[in-house]
Ligand binder design. Structure first.
Ligand code: AKG
Length: 390
């Protein structure tokens, strides 16, 4: 059972004027196509503890897979409580130094990027050179309500420094086992953040592929730019969710301008929405063509994103400069950034002592170095200056 979004579909379509019927049909048909795909279910393992081969072959075929019910009720409650606390501490408006309680705002004295804002229902990236120009077309920008604020939060970078619950989810043993299976036991981090799509306000993220660095690499393959996990805190729908073009992760860099021209509208005909209940976690290949429309519906989506790479995709590679400054990422740099994994595993062990923690091979002999505490949490400040951006 998924959320009933019939009211949101009507509300969404109403924004599109002459295209209203086309939008409604797109949402309803996209939803049906998405639910018919054989790429969802629980995180399943073979008898020997390996990830089930059905999952790996469906992920390879479609470029995304929805793991149902990965985040337990307790874990979701912890994350929602952290979200509530963080939101109370958001700057009271874009650029404010203080929150609505007059306290220093979350991220106000960080050097790294933290909270990013946009005009409600706008598409801030589409058709710009931001992020190396990967959002090639601008999506339709519906008109927000007259009483909407001038800017709303859309993305929180470096989220694990602000939320111990998100840090613990990052070390989910089943998800890390999957990271190991796809990227090898010496897999490394990418970046972590929260996509915030508030009901009736959330901005669009125009169609794009995430990967930047390796399109012309002679060793190019479907996994060279890694993947993102997308933990759904309140669920995800055809109206507020990410849409993907299944199988497009196997292609080279897509000409999205042409795809939209050929489609005759921004509604790419082969795309489907990622539909989830709260607690589901998606694996999304970073080469897949994907994006999300402005959230004109009545349901808020918040996604806890966290990605992983193959070590060989980043070692001694010059970063793309999208998530952090473009530096050449040597072994020491990668080791420092990977410390987050060790710390997250210990944070999770402390909260869920009955669970078998994930054993991260690169730190197998160094476990004593990683002890989560409130001090260790505070020391994560600005850790995302070293995101492994490719
Ligand atoms: O969550 C969204 O709306 C966009 C996600 C996205 O573009 C990404 O993870 O790269």
């Amino acid at each position: 059972m998924f959320q009933d979004i019939s009211r949101s579909i009507e509300a969404c379509a109403a924004h599109y004027g002459a295209d209203a019927e086309a939008v409604k049909t797109y949402l309803i048909e996209g939803q049906a196509k998405a639910l018919a795909l054989p790429n969802r279910g629980p995180l399943k393992f073979e008898a020997n503890g390996d990830i089930h081969t059905d999952i790996l072959s469906a992920y390879s075929e479609y470029g995304f897979y929805i793991f149902e019910g990965v985040l337990s009720g307790d874990e979701l409650a912890d994350i929602r409580a952290d979200l509530q606390e963080m939101r109370e501490n958001f700057p009271s408006y874009m650029g404010a130094e203080t929150d609505k309680h007059g306290r220093p705002a979350l991220g106000a004295d960080n050097k790294a990027m933290t909270l990013q804002w946009a005009r409600p229902l706008s598409d801030p990236l589409g058709g710009t050179q931001i992020s190396n120009g990967r959002h090639q077309v601008k999506l339709f920008e519906p008109k927000a309500a007259n009483d909407a604020p001038p800017a709303v939060p859309v993305y929180l970078s470096g989220s694990l420094q602000f939320s111990p619950a998100c840090l613990r989810a990052y070390a989910h043993p089943g998800l890390l086992k999957l990271a190991e299976t796809i990227n090898g036991p010496d897999f490394v981090p990418f970046t972590e953040g929260l996509f915030i799509k508030d009901a009736g306000l959330g901005a669009a993220v125009s169609w794009h592929q995430d990967g930047d660095t390796h399109w012309d690499n002679p060793d190019f393959d479907e996994n060279i730019h890694g993947f993102n996990f997308m933990g759904q805190i309140y669920g995800s729908t055809a109206v507020n969710g990410v849409w993907v073009v299944p199988g497009s992760h196997k292609m080279t860099r897509a000409n999205i301008v042409k795809m939209v021209e050929d489609a005759g509208s921004e509604r790419l005909p082969d795309a489907v929405p990622i539909i989830c209940n709260p607690g589901d976690v998606v694996i999304n290949n970073r080469q897949i063509v994907h994006g999300s429309f402005a959230n004109t519906g009545f349901e808020t989506r918040i996604t806890a994103n966290f990605g992983f790479h193959k070590r060989s995709s980043v070692l001694n590679v010059k970063g793309a400069g999208i998530h952090a400054d473009a530096v050449t990422m040597d072994a020491d740099y990668i080791d420092t950034r990977s410390r987050l994994i060790g710390l997250a595993i210990d944070a999770r062990r402390q909260r869920f002592p009955d669970e078998t923690p994930y054993n991260y091979a690169p730190f197998a002999k160094r476990k004593d170095e990683f002890k989560w505490s409130e001090t260790a949490q505070a020391e994560l400040k600005d850790y995302n200056l070293m995101d492994l951006s490719i």
